[in-house]
Design a protein around this ligand. Structure first.
Ligand SMILES: Cc1cc2nc3c(=O)[nH]c(=O)nc-3n(C[C@H](O)[C@H](O)[C@H](O)COP(=O)(O)OP(=O)(O)OC[C@H]3O[C@@H](n4cnc5c(N)ncnc54)[C@H](O)[C@@H]3O)c2cc1C
Length: 390
């Protein structure tokens, strides 16, 4: 027996779950397949290592349901300012939300809590089925769409399959969608930290010869340190104990953190990847399944939320008008809009990465000049608005 759905979303992470919240009110019969069950939230838990800076645009998507209020009732840290500077140079720039009449530039959230708050919002819809833990084993084209065999032994079918299953997307592979990819020489180390001195209203990024060093605030005096370096250096840092790494951070990072205690750390390779197509007959890709971007400016999940808003609008509009909403002809409107925008951001981050990891004096002079030029008030406001998605 096969259970039939209108839409099967493969991957119930932040982006897959967000899409389900935007489609459910339209009455689609939806299944979300997720391999890993996120741990339930408890205030006594340590802060997670995987966090994201959510833009006001992503916040707006979550505010269309109860998800944002739920996230706020768990843990969420607003930040008002962002500082970017070059260690040996004259480029030093601070963006402040007040400059565009806003209260904050964004919020730092733990990825798991974003996912849990979206799942909580989904639980109020009886037309959404969460299949977890479950993963697809095979995808077969049938007359009505796609039949999916799951590792639980169940078989389900869908008119539309959405790949929200991250960078290694099985959906993308099953539908034969290729990617362009590249690997950076650098990697980044992420550490969950507690700092002696509070830095809770500011996120900062300092450029040194070896790559950027960044701090993202969390509630209390918690935060996250991100350290970009050559891949072998990052691997060596990741071998240190929490105590040793804390000492190394205090030695190498700006001193405004005071004493630093590390509770957890891990390293991540840096990669870029872009799907050659986002859609086909009965299939669409969103989030990291479609694009993986250098995390330098913390834009990955925000691009995913923009995919969600766009794809939901295309599907909901077509459904309302009685169009064949799962057809490539309808879905292409989503690809046209999002592929170009994501490509621009991927290339901008690429240029940023290369520009800021170069040690040549001319490159250094140019980036200092760029930071100095961005101080011009009108330009600065534009940059803030762009980063906030206004
Ligand atoms: C070090 C680092 C820092 C980052 N910082 C930021 C930041 O500050 N701001 C920002 O916007 N972005 C940031 N990003 C990027 C951000 O983490 C990703 O863009 C985001 O997680 C993508 O969300 P997603 O839901 O598309 O994919 P994922 O988060 O990868 O979620 C995919 C989901 O699908 C599930 N899944 C996968 N395969 C299967 C399968 N076969 N069957 C069933 N389920 C499956 C997974 O379990 C997971 O739940 C960062 C990335 C890195 C590496």
């Amino acid at each position: 027996m096969s259970q039939d759905y209108d839409i099967v979303i493969c991957g119930g992470g932040m982006i897959g779950a967000a899409l389900a919240t935007q489609l459910a009110p339209q009455g689609f019969n939806i299944a979300v397949i997720e391999a890993l069950e996120p741990q339930a939230f408890d205030l006594s838990q340590n802060f997670d290592l995987r966090i994201s800076a959510l833009s006001p645009q992503s916040q707006r998507v979550m505010q269309t349901t109860t998800a944002w209020d739920t996230l706020q009732s768990m843990r969420l840290c607003p930040y008002r300012r962002m500082r970017v500077w070059e260690v040996e140079g004259f480029g030093d720039l601070t963006f402040d939300a007040l400059q565009v009449g806003a209260e904050q530039l964004g919020h730092i959230a733990e990825n798991r809590l974003v996912q849990l708050s979206l799942w909580h919002a989904l639980s109020s819809f009886n037309n959404v089925t969460l299949l977890c833990p479950a993963a697809p084993v095979s995808f077969n084209t049938v007359a009505s769409g796609t039949q999916i065999e799951l590792d639980t032994g169940a078989t389900i079918s869908a008119r539309l399959v959405v790949g929200a299953d991250g960078a290694q997307s099985k959906v993308r592979q099953a539908f034969g969608i290729g990617v362009n990819r590249g690997q950076y020489q650098q990697a980044c180390l992420v550490a969950a930290v507690t700092t002696e001195l509070g830095q809770q209203d500011i996120t900062w990024q300092r450029f040194v010869n070896t790559g950027p060093q960044a701090f993202l605030p969390m509630l209390g005096q918690h935060g996250s340190v991100v350290w970009y370096h050559q891949a072998d250096q990052v691997r060596a840092l990741s071998q240190l104990s929490n105590l040793q790494l804390g000492e190394e951070i205090m030695r190498q990072f700006p001193h405004q953190l005071g004493h630093v205690d590390v509770s957890e750390h891990a390293f991540f390779p840096l990669q870029k990847q872009h799907a050659k197509r986002y859609v086909g007959e009965g299939v669409a890709l969103i989030g990291d399944a479609a694009h993986v971007i250098n995390p330098l400016a913390g834009q990955g999940v925000n691009l995913g939320f923009q995919d969600v808003a766009c794809l939901a609008k295309v599907l909901n509009d077509a459904h309302e008008q009685g169009d064949n909403w799962s057809s490539a002809k309808v879905l292409i409107a989503y690809e046209k809009q999002r592929k170009r925008a994501n490509s621009l951001m991927l290339h901008t981050m690429d240029a940023f990465h290369h520009g800021f990891s170069h040690t040549h004096p001319a490159a250094k002079w140019l980036r200092n000049l760029t930071l100095a030029a961005a101080k011009v008030p009108a330009l600065k406001k534009q940059v803030i608005r762009y980063a906030m998605g206004l």
